[in-house]
Structure formats: C-alpha cells, structure tokens
Design a protein around this ligand. Structure first.
Ligand code: SAH
Length: 366
C-alpha cells in the first residue's frame, strides 16, 4: 500500500458520509458540508484552494484525506471538438474519459474500470484486460476533471451535462461503486447531475440488470447487443456464453416493465462490415426484440476501426438498409454519429493509446 491508500478519498463520500468523516476527527458537522461543497460544487482538487477552511484543519486533512487521486497525463483534442483525457490512478493504472460537446448539451463518457475483463472481439479496450475496478471517487473525479477543463474550475456548465458509463470497463461488474458515484453526483449541493441524465451500458450482466430494475433513482440503461443470434454473439461477445440472449432479453423485458416516465432504455448494436449487418440479420434482430415484447429503441453504432481489430465499419448505405428493415418491423432505430475517432476517443477505442506526432495531426497534448 502506498501513502494514498491509507488516506480517505473525499470525492468518493456522500455529503452525509463527509459529515461523519469530519465528526470523527473532532470537527463540527457544518465543516463536512463545507468540504462537500468545495469538492463537488466548486470542484476544487486540493485543500490549499479551500481557503475558507482554517489552516490547521487543512493541514489535518492533508494528512488523513485527499481531494484528488487522478492525474491527467495527456489530453487530446479532436477536430470535432471532442476531448479525450488519459489519466493515471495513484497506483499508476490508466483511466480514460471523453468530453463530447453537442449543440444543446455536453456528454461526458466515463470509465468504470481500468481496462476491461470482457473479451469483446471488436473492442480495443478488451486488449488491456482488467487492470482494476475504479473506486467511486475515481469515477466522480473523472467528471470533475472534464468539467473543469471544459469550463474552468467550478464554473457552471452553460449547457446541460449528460453522463454515459460507456468508457473502459463493464460498469455492472463494478456495480456498487457505480451506484455510489451516481448518488454522489446527484446531490443538489454538489455536481447535481441527476440519474435521469446518466446512462450506463452493460454487455449483459443479467443479475445486475434485474437488480437495477428494483432500484429507485437509478440511471438509464443501455444494453450492448452486437449480434442477433447466440451463435454469433458467443464469438463477438464471449459473455454471451454465460448469459445467452434468451436470458438477457428476458431480464430486459422485466426491466422494461419497471420503466417510469422519462426513463430511457436502449440497445446498442455495433455495425461490423460483413459480420452482423446483413438484411437477414436485421430481420433476426427485429424478430428477437419483438418476440420478447421489447420496445426499447436501437442505436446503430458504426464500428470504429483500430489497427489490431479485424473488422471494418459497415458502409453507410448498408447501415441505412439495416435501419430500414428494423423500422419496417416497428423498431425505433437511430444511427449514432461517431465522435472523436481521430484521437481514439470513440466507442471501443479506449485503450490508453498515447498518440505521438503523425497519429492524428489535430491532437494536442498539454
Ligand atoms: N462494457 C459495457 C460498457 C462499454 S460501452 C458495454 O459493453 O456495454 C461501449 C460501447 O461501444 C458498447 O456498446 C460496445 O458495443 C461499443 N463498441 C465497442 N467497440 C466498438 C468499436 N470498435 N466501434 C464501435 N462501437 C464499439
């Protein structure tokens, strides 16, 4: 264990927990609320900046706690305005976060694990393997870092902020930390990003889908499908051998029945040229969803290629044909526009790639 391990990461504490923490070191409750606001609302990442705290208390805090554990190693800027942050944990594992500006809102794509234990053959992150799961504080700090970079420390984002748990890792294999992070971020005295602004994506960890169905104030759910049959899904997403399509879609049906107004539920389908994008496969997919009485919309994601991956994106005309077939069978279908491909920030491209000159002329380090 290094020094950092022994100190309490205040970013991973709810307001009530922070109050408990300061009381334990003999401070009044209001100090806890003050520190929570400093960390989560003013987005300060060092005690030095918290000049409204007595000096002695700040020194005390420095010994027992920390308000920052991630360091930004590099930052890449895409020609479409997307930013990718490559960070390191205190124990040197890579963490990646992507900031995606859009006209009416910004989206921050955060990671739930360093690397990923799943072995989806079309995803670059899989090649890292699982390095470790991230703590609640490490999840929340990614958002703090991205917002401070985009707007300045503590500045209010001019547009709404949506979060997607679609970075590196399988969020449902780090379920408790994920939920703790979303609860902290929802606090009106903190970041105030409420659960209906958050979407988490799973490759299909069935027991956690069922559990999410029972949780009030939960984030939105997305399911990565990638194939309409077990035969193909077993190959593309080996997790399918553990939880095959019948079981997965059964859990999805249960989940869908618990949806409340305003909650979103989607399927993600990565489009791989000549692998999962035929007319026949579109019909199979539509029939599969209809047979399970599922009404969730489908997002088609053109594959983001990367050198070691043996796939190419489906041509745009193929994607349109596929979409047309799904829609003719009553399935709402959207085609997602890839963002930040030039800086390895797009879906399935997060693999702690350090770019050097020549690999994307528009990227910037700093
Ligand atoms: N492990 C979770 C969270 C990651 S989400 C999950 O699988 O849902 C990442 C999304 O990007 C998934 O929907 C995945 O299917 C998709 N994806 C992975 N690699 C991709 C690639 N190379 N191009 C486009 N989409 C990809």
């Amino acid at each position: 264990m290094d020094e950092m391990d022994k100190r309490t990461d205040l970013i991973g504490l709810s307001q009530a927990e922070l109050v408990g923490f300061v009381q334990q070191i003999g401070e009044p409750a209001y100090r806890g609320r003050q520190i929570f606001a400093a960390v989560q609302h003013r987005r300060l990442r060092s005690f030095d900046e918290m000049s409204d705290l007595p000096k002695a208390l700040r020194e005390r805090l420095r010994e027992t706690a920390t308000a920052s554990t991630l360091t930004v190693e590099s930052r890449y800027l895409s020609e479409d305005g997307t930013r990718r942050f490559l960070m390191k944990t205190h124990d040197n594992f890579p963490v990646e976060t992507v900031f995606i500006p859009e006209e009416r809102r910004d989206t921050i794509c955060f990671s739930s694990q360093s690397g990923c234990p799943l072995q989806c053959t079309f995803c670059l992150t899989a090649q890292l393997g699982l390095l470790r799961s991230l703590t609640p504080g490490e999840i929340v700090e990614q958002i703090i870092i991205a917002l401070n970079d985009a707007y300045g420390v503590g500045e209010r984002p001019p547009r709404g902020t949506n979060l997607v748990g679609m970075g590196a890792g399988e969020p449902f294999l780090n379920f408790d930390s994920l939920l703790q992070a979303t609860r902290i971020m929802a606090d009106p005295q903190g970041l105030f990003i409420v659960p209906h602004r958050v979407t988490v994506s799973t490759a299909g960890v069935v027991p956690r889908i069922r559990e999410l169905a029972t949780i009030p104030d939960r984030p939105n759910l997305a399911i990565s499908l990638a194939a309409p049959t077990d035969e193909l899904r077993d190959v593309l997403m080996p997790i399918n051998k553990k939880w095959p399509l019948e079981e997965l879609l059964g859990a999805c049906r249960e989940f869908e029945q618990t949806l409340k107004a305003g909650e979103r539920f989607t399927f993600e389908y990565v489009m791989l040229d000549g692998i999962n994008d035929s007319d026949e496969q579109a019909r199979q997919l539509a029939n599969l969803l209809n047979r399970h009485d599922l009404h969730a919309k489908v997002n088609l994601i053109p594959h983001n290629p990367a050198d070691p991956l043996p796939y190419q994106p489906s041509p745009a005309t193929r994607v349109e044909m596929f979409k047309g077939i799904l829609e003719s069978k009553g399935i709402h279908t959207f085609v997602r526009r890839p963002r930040g491909r030039d800086i390895f920030a797009a879906c399935g491209q997060l693999a702690a790639v350090t770019q050097t000159v020549g690999l994307g002329a528009n990227s910037q380090r700093g």
